[in-house]
Design a protein around this ligand. Sequence first.
Ligand code: FE2
Length: 318
Amino acid sequence: MTTKQIYDLAIKLGIASDLRGLERVKKYLVRLKSQYEDSSKNAQAEFDLEKLTNPYSDSRLLVDNGKKQIKKVLAGIDMEGAELLLAKQLGDIDLVIAHHPQGPALADLSDVMKLQAQVLADYGLPINIAESVIKPRLAEVSRDISPINHDQFVDIAKILGLDFMCVHTPADNLGARFLVNLIAAKTKELETVGDIMDLLKTIPEYKEAMKRKTGPMIFAGSSERSCGKIVVTEFTGGTNGSKDIYEKMSQYGFGTIIGMHMIEEHRKEAEKHHINVVIAGHMASDSLGMNLFLDELEKQGIEVVPVSGLIRVKRFKR
Ligand SMILES: [Fe+2]
Protein backbone atom coordinates (compact mmCIF):
# COMPACT_ATOMS: atom_id res chain seq x y z
CA MET A 1 0.00 0.00 0.00
CA THR A 2 1.03 3.60 -0.54
CA THR A 3 0.71 6.29 2.14
CA LYS A 4 -2.31 7.74 0.32
CA GLN A 5 -4.00 4.32 0.20
CA ILE A 6 -3.42 3.90 3.96
CA TYR A 7 -4.90 7.34 4.60
CA ASP A 8 -7.92 6.59 2.38
CA LEU A 9 -8.44 3.30 4.23
CA ALA A 10 -8.40 5.12 7.59
CA ILE A 11 -11.12 7.53 6.42
CA LYS A 12 -13.16 4.68 4.92
CA LEU A 13 -13.00 2.69 8.19
CA GLY A 14 -13.90 5.82 10.16
CA ILE A 15 -16.99 6.44 8.05
CA ALA A 16 -18.06 2.77 8.20
CA SER A 17 -17.91 2.79 12.01
CA ASP A 18 -19.24 6.34 12.54
CA LEU A 19 -21.88 6.37 15.32
CA ARG A 20 -24.03 8.70 13.19
CA GLY A 21 -24.41 5.89 10.63
CA LEU A 22 -23.15 5.65 7.05
CA GLU A 23 -26.19 7.31 5.45
CA ARG A 24 -25.98 10.39 7.68
CA VAL A 25 -22.27 10.83 6.96
CA LYS A 26 -22.91 10.51 3.20
CA LYS A 27 -25.68 13.11 3.44
CA TYR A 28 -23.36 15.43 5.37
CA LEU A 29 -20.76 15.19 2.59
CA VAL A 30 -23.38 15.80 -0.12
CA ARG A 31 -24.71 18.86 1.75
CA LEU A 32 -21.19 20.24 2.17
CA LYS A 33 -20.51 19.77 -1.56
CA SER A 34 -23.59 21.72 -2.54
CA GLN A 35 -22.69 24.48 -0.04
CA TYR A 36 -19.23 24.63 -1.65
CA GLU A 37 -20.67 24.79 -5.17
CA ASP A 38 -23.10 27.54 -4.16
CA SER A 39 -20.40 29.65 -2.50
CA SER A 40 -18.52 32.58 -4.04
CA LYS A 41 -15.24 32.18 -5.95
CA ASN A 42 -13.34 33.72 -3.05
CA ALA A 43 -14.94 31.33 -0.56
CA GLN A 44 -14.21 28.39 -2.87
CA ALA A 45 -10.56 29.41 -3.10
CA GLU A 46 -10.30 29.31 0.70
CA PHE A 47 -12.22 26.05 1.09
CA ASP A 48 -10.37 22.92 2.22
CA LEU A 49 -11.30 20.52 -0.61
CA GLU A 50 -10.27 17.56 1.51
CA LYS A 51 -13.48 18.09 3.47
CA LEU A 52 -15.57 16.95 0.49
CA THR A 53 -14.36 13.35 0.90
CA ASN A 54 -13.04 13.28 4.48
CA PRO A 55 -15.62 14.28 7.12
CA TYR A 56 -12.97 14.32 9.88
CA SER A 57 -11.18 17.67 10.11
CA ASP A 58 -8.78 16.26 12.75
CA SER A 59 -7.30 13.60 10.44
CA ARG A 60 -5.01 14.48 7.57
CA LEU A 61 -2.23 13.17 5.38
CA LEU A 62 0.46 15.63 6.51
CA VAL A 63 3.53 14.60 4.50
CA ASP A 64 3.54 12.30 1.47
CA ASN A 65 6.82 11.77 -0.34
CA GLY A 66 5.17 9.52 -2.93
CA LYS A 67 6.82 6.31 -1.74
CA LYS A 68 5.75 3.31 -3.81
CA GLN A 69 5.24 0.79 -1.03
CA ILE A 70 4.96 1.22 2.71
CA LYS A 71 6.50 -1.74 4.52
CA LYS A 72 6.97 -0.52 8.08
CA VAL A 73 5.20 2.16 10.10
CA LEU A 74 5.91 3.74 13.46
CA ALA A 75 2.53 4.32 15.14
CA GLY A 76 1.70 6.05 18.40
CA ILE A 77 -0.66 8.35 20.23
CA ASP A 78 1.43 11.56 20.25
CA MET A 79 4.01 11.61 17.50
CA GLU A 80 6.19 14.64 18.05
CA GLY A 81 9.82 15.62 17.50
CA ALA A 82 11.33 12.78 19.55
CA GLU A 83 9.20 10.13 17.86
CA LEU A 84 10.03 11.45 14.40
CA LEU A 85 13.75 11.40 15.21
CA LEU A 86 13.27 7.85 16.55
CA ALA A 87 11.67 6.87 13.24
CA LYS A 88 14.70 8.23 11.40
CA GLN A 89 17.08 6.54 13.84
CA LEU A 90 15.39 3.15 13.31
CA GLY A 91 16.31 3.57 9.65
CA ASP A 92 13.60 1.50 7.98
CA ILE A 93 10.40 3.39 8.88
CA ASP A 94 8.49 4.50 5.78
CA LEU A 95 5.57 6.23 7.48
CA VAL A 96 4.78 7.72 10.89
CA ILE A 97 1.14 7.49 12.04
CA ALA A 98 0.02 9.70 14.91
CA HIS A 99 -3.33 9.41 16.65
CA HIS A 100 -3.59 12.94 18.03
CA PRO A 101 -3.89 15.66 15.43
CA GLN A 102 -0.97 17.66 14.08
CA GLY A 103 -0.63 20.52 11.59
CA PRO A 104 -3.89 21.61 9.90
CA ALA A 105 -5.71 18.68 11.55
CA LEU A 106 -4.92 20.20 14.94
CA ALA A 107 -5.82 23.73 13.84
CA ASP A 108 -9.24 22.55 12.63
CA LEU A 109 -10.00 20.10 15.48
CA SER A 110 -13.17 21.89 16.56
CA ASP A 111 -14.96 21.26 13.24
CA VAL A 112 -15.22 17.50 13.88
CA MET A 113 -16.97 18.17 17.22
CA LYS A 114 -20.24 18.70 15.32
CA LEU A 115 -20.39 14.90 15.28
CA GLN A 116 -21.09 14.94 19.03
CA ALA A 117 -24.47 16.65 18.59
CA GLN A 118 -25.75 13.92 16.29
CA VAL A 119 -24.46 11.16 18.58
CA LEU A 120 -26.31 12.77 21.51
CA ALA A 121 -29.43 13.10 19.35
CA ASP A 122 -29.30 9.43 18.43
CA TYR A 123 -29.28 8.62 22.15
CA GLY A 124 -32.46 10.67 22.65
CA LEU A 125 -31.39 14.28 23.29
CA PRO A 126 -33.28 16.57 20.86
CA ILE A 127 -30.88 17.67 18.11
CA ASN A 128 -31.78 21.37 18.51
CA ILE A 129 -30.72 21.25 22.17
CA ALA A 130 -27.55 19.24 21.44
CA GLU A 131 -26.49 21.62 18.64
CA SER A 132 -27.21 24.75 20.60
CA VAL A 133 -25.29 23.54 23.67
CA ILE A 134 -22.27 22.40 21.64
CA LYS A 135 -21.99 25.42 19.32
CA PRO A 136 -20.33 27.86 21.77
CA ARG A 137 -17.95 25.08 22.89
CA LEU A 138 -16.84 24.58 19.27
CA ALA A 139 -15.87 28.23 19.05
CA GLU A 140 -14.13 28.02 22.43
CA VAL A 141 -12.00 25.02 21.33
CA SER A 142 -11.15 26.78 18.08
CA ARG A 143 -9.90 29.84 20.00
CA ASP A 144 -8.05 27.72 22.60
CA ILE A 145 -6.14 25.89 19.89
CA SER A 146 -5.39 28.93 17.75
CA PRO A 147 -2.09 30.01 19.40
CA ILE A 148 -0.46 26.55 19.20
CA ASN A 149 2.54 25.95 16.95
CA HIS A 150 0.49 23.56 14.82
CA ASP A 151 3.09 22.72 12.18
CA GLN A 152 6.11 22.29 14.47
CA PHE A 153 6.33 18.51 14.04
CA VAL A 154 5.10 18.44 10.46
CA ASP A 155 8.13 20.58 9.57
CA ILE A 156 10.46 18.03 11.20
CA ALA A 157 8.85 15.14 9.28
CA LYS A 158 9.38 17.06 6.02
CA ILE A 159 13.08 17.63 6.70
CA LEU A 160 13.61 14.01 7.74
CA GLY A 161 11.86 12.77 4.57
CA LEU A 162 9.29 10.81 6.58
CA ASP A 163 5.72 10.30 5.43
CA PHE A 164 3.42 11.49 8.20
CA MET A 165 -0.32 11.34 8.90
CA CYS A 166 -2.68 11.65 11.84
CA VAL A 167 -5.74 9.45 12.27
CA HIS A 168 -7.86 10.79 15.11
CA THR A 169 -11.65 10.58 14.83
CA PRO A 170 -11.63 7.60 12.41
CA ALA A 171 -9.76 5.58 15.06
CA ASP A 172 -11.95 6.91 17.88
CA ASN A 173 -15.00 5.93 15.81
CA LEU A 174 -13.66 2.38 15.53
CA GLY A 175 -13.16 2.23 19.30
CA ALA A 176 -16.59 3.75 20.02
CA ARG A 177 -18.32 1.36 17.62
CA PHE A 178 -16.51 -1.59 19.23
CA LEU A 179 -17.80 -0.52 22.67
CA VAL A 180 -21.34 0.22 21.47
CA ASN A 181 -21.55 -3.25 19.89
CA LEU A 182 -20.12 -4.91 23.00
CA ILE A 183 -22.58 -3.10 25.28
CA ALA A 184 -25.48 -4.03 22.98
CA ALA A 185 -24.46 -7.70 23.09
CA LYS A 186 -24.14 -7.69 26.89
CA THR A 187 -26.97 -5.30 27.73
CA LYS A 188 -28.94 -7.83 29.82
CA GLU A 189 -25.92 -8.38 32.07
CA LEU A 190 -25.33 -4.67 32.72
CA GLU A 191 -27.32 -3.56 35.74
CA THR A 192 -24.84 -1.52 37.75
CA VAL A 193 -21.92 0.81 37.10
CA GLY A 194 -19.73 -1.97 38.51
CA ASP A 195 -21.01 -4.32 35.77
CA ILE A 196 -19.82 -1.79 33.16
CA MET A 197 -16.42 -1.65 34.85
CA ASP A 198 -16.22 -5.46 34.81
CA LEU A 199 -17.10 -5.53 31.12
CA LEU A 200 -14.43 -2.94 30.23
CA LYS A 201 -11.85 -4.93 32.15
CA THR A 202 -12.38 -7.89 29.78
CA ILE A 203 -10.94 -5.79 26.91
CA PRO A 204 -7.17 -6.44 26.55
CA GLU A 205 -6.18 -2.76 26.21
CA TYR A 206 -7.90 -1.98 29.55
CA LYS A 207 -6.47 -5.10 31.19
CA GLU A 208 -2.99 -3.91 30.26
CA ALA A 209 -3.82 -0.35 31.34
CA MET A 210 -4.84 -1.65 34.76
CA LYS A 211 -1.35 -3.12 35.15
CA ARG A 212 0.02 0.32 34.26
CA LYS A 213 -2.30 1.97 36.83
CA THR A 214 -4.25 3.73 34.06
CA GLY A 215 -7.29 1.43 33.78
CA PRO A 216 -11.00 2.31 33.87
CA MET A 217 -12.26 4.46 36.76
CA ILE A 218 -15.62 5.59 38.09
CA PHE A 219 -15.52 9.40 38.01
CA ALA A 220 -19.10 9.96 39.20
CA GLY A 221 -21.49 7.54 40.89
CA SER A 222 -20.34 4.28 42.44
CA SER A 223 -20.07 0.63 41.46
CA GLU A 224 -23.31 -0.43 43.18
CA ARG A 225 -25.41 2.35 41.55
CA SER A 226 -27.81 1.26 38.80
CA CYS A 227 -26.37 2.23 35.42
CA GLY A 228 -29.67 3.19 33.76
CA LYS A 229 -29.31 4.10 30.10
CA ILE A 230 -25.68 3.60 29.04
CA VAL A 231 -24.33 6.05 26.45
CA VAL A 232 -20.99 6.18 24.64
CA THR A 233 -21.03 9.94 24.12
CA GLU A 234 -17.54 11.02 25.14
CA PHE A 235 -15.45 8.60 23.14
CA THR A 236 -15.33 10.22 19.72
CA GLY A 237 -15.78 13.65 18.15
CA GLY A 238 -12.58 15.58 18.76
CA THR A 239 -12.33 16.57 22.40
CA ASN A 240 -14.38 17.38 25.52
CA GLY A 241 -17.79 18.79 24.68
CA SER A 242 -19.76 21.35 26.69
CA LYS A 243 -20.12 21.18 30.47
CA ASP A 244 -23.72 22.38 30.04
CA ILE A 245 -24.72 19.11 28.41
CA TYR A 246 -24.99 17.05 31.63
CA GLU A 247 -28.09 18.87 32.85
CA LYS A 248 -29.76 18.13 29.51
CA MET A 249 -28.59 14.51 29.57
CA SER A 250 -30.20 14.10 32.97
CA GLN A 251 -33.48 15.59 31.74
CA TYR A 252 -33.57 13.22 28.75
CA GLY A 253 -32.98 9.99 30.65
CA PHE A 254 -29.24 9.38 30.27
CA GLY A 255 -27.90 7.19 33.09
CA THR A 256 -24.21 6.39 32.65
CA ILE A 257 -21.69 7.98 30.30
CA ILE A 258 -18.71 6.00 29.11
CA GLY A 259 -15.90 8.35 28.15
CA MET A 260 -12.17 8.36 27.49
CA HIS A 261 -11.28 11.25 29.77
CA MET A 262 -13.06 14.07 31.60
CA ILE A 263 -11.88 17.33 33.15
CA GLU A 264 -12.89 18.10 36.73
CA GLU A 265 -15.26 20.93 35.81
CA HIS A 266 -17.27 18.52 33.63
CA ARG A 267 -17.14 15.75 36.23
CA LYS A 268 -18.66 18.03 38.86
CA GLU A 269 -21.49 19.00 36.51
CA ALA A 270 -22.21 15.33 35.69
CA GLU A 271 -22.27 14.47 39.39
CA LYS A 272 -24.52 17.44 40.19
CA HIS A 273 -27.04 16.16 37.65
CA HIS A 274 -26.92 12.53 38.87
CA ILE A 275 -25.15 11.14 35.81
CA ASN A 276 -22.78 8.23 36.45
CA VAL A 277 -19.46 8.56 34.67
CA VAL A 278 -17.15 5.68 33.75
CA ILE A 279 -13.84 6.91 32.40
CA ALA A 280 -12.29 4.08 30.45
CA GLY A 281 -8.83 5.68 30.34
CA HIS A 282 -7.29 7.91 27.70
CA MET A 283 -4.28 6.03 26.28
CA ALA A 284 -5.99 2.61 26.48
CA SER A 285 -9.10 3.95 24.72
CA ASP A 286 -7.04 5.69 22.04
CA SER A 287 -5.11 2.42 21.66
CA LEU A 288 -8.31 0.39 21.17
CA GLY A 289 -9.35 2.47 18.17
CA MET A 290 -5.85 2.68 16.70
CA ASN A 291 -5.40 -1.10 17.06
CA LEU A 292 -8.56 -1.81 15.07
CA PHE A 293 -7.14 0.38 12.27
CA LEU A 294 -3.57 -0.93 12.51
CA ASP A 295 -4.83 -4.54 12.31
CA GLU A 296 -6.09 -3.69 8.81
CA LEU A 297 -2.59 -2.54 7.83
CA GLU A 298 -0.95 -5.66 9.24
CA LYS A 299 -3.44 -7.78 7.28
CA GLN A 300 -1.92 -6.11 4.17
CA GLY A 301 1.58 -7.20 5.25
CA ILE A 302 2.66 -3.87 6.76
CA GLU A 303 4.79 -4.12 9.91
CA VAL A 304 3.65 -1.91 12.80
CA VAL A 305 6.04 -0.64 15.47
CA PRO A 306 4.06 0.76 18.44
CA VAL A 307 5.37 3.70 20.51
CA SER A 308 4.21 6.77 22.48
CA GLY A 309 1.65 5.17 24.79
CA LEU A 310 0.09 2.90 22.16
CA ILE A 311 -0.87 -0.40 23.83
CA ARG A 312 -0.70 -2.63 20.76
CA VAL A 313 -3.17 -5.53 20.77
CA LYS A 314 -3.79 -7.56 17.61
CA ARG A 315 -7.25 -9.02 17.01
CA PHE A 316 -6.47 -11.23 14.03
CA LYS A 317 -4.35 -14.27 13.34
CA ARG A 318 -2.32 -14.74 10.18
FE1 FE2 B 1 -6.90 11.00 22.68
